[in-house]
Design a protein around this ligand. Sequence first.
Ligand code: NI
Ligand code: MN
Length: 228
Amino acid sequence: MPTTLTFLGHGAFQIRTGGKSILIDPFLTGNPLAAVSAEEIDADFIIVSHGHGDHVGDTVAIAKRTNARVIANYEIATWLSNQGVQNTHGMNTGGSHRLDGFTVKLTLAHHSSMLPDGSYGGCANGVLLKTSDGVIYHACDTALFSDMKLIGDEGLDIAILPIGDNYTMGPEDSLKAVEFLHPKVVIPGHYNTFPVIRQDANAWAAEVHRQGRSTPVVLNPGESHTLR
Ligand code: NI
Ligand code: MN
């Protein structure tokens, strides 16, 4: 089975690789664009990029139901343990860890990270996944930053970039991010969920196409993209 990536709405994605289901930022309950419910999704791993409610989302409930291993920065992993999540793995920015058939690296992100109850959530992260079929970078919530060039040096097959603006970079800055990251494919996220982050993804895709540095792929919630 090839590695597939499914957009679940907002910043939430499911990656299936090597027979495993990896969720990133599973915000489903309360997400008006959610493609699937927290009660029905399967997970072997959950990666949480930062502490905000629209990213921690349903992590606690899904982890308790599936016993998925939850990967996050040390502060969030500790907080999740205190919420009764048994299977956590704490990391920190710049660190890589080999898991079951893939490697996860927590990258820099320029964003904040307070947890839903006001607890300190450490530094916000992006996520770099190295699978047997290719390298996926989910920038998660972040501003544009020039060190994205270093992430681009990893050789990206797919980059997921926020385009919603207001809380993260917007469409214009994401075009600069494409220049820094030069991924083969770029997928937009973190837009249209709420009125303040409404964007025209097709107009954005036309600009990416015109720029000629990457192939834009706009996924509706529930749609998937297959690596290779
Ligand atoms: Ni956030
Ligand atoms: Mn967010």
